[in-house]
Design a protein around this ligand. Sequence first.
Ligand SMILES: [Zn+2]
Length: 65
Amino acid sequence: METPQNTCYCTICKKNVPFHIKNVDHKKEFLRTICTLGLWLPMWLSIALVKIKICDFCGQTVSET
Ligand SMILES: [Zn+2]
């Protein structure tokens, strides 16, 4: 009975790896938005909405296919 739930294929490790969701540092993103006069806001939103998966082994983003 193998039901891998928190694994995702990593193209760098070339195998299924456990992953974690990237934490969004909202304080940092807020400051970045201020620094770019609001230009960063769409990026901030996309970062916050899209759960970016990070490979637990190599630390790279794993893209869902
Ligand atoms: Zn990896």
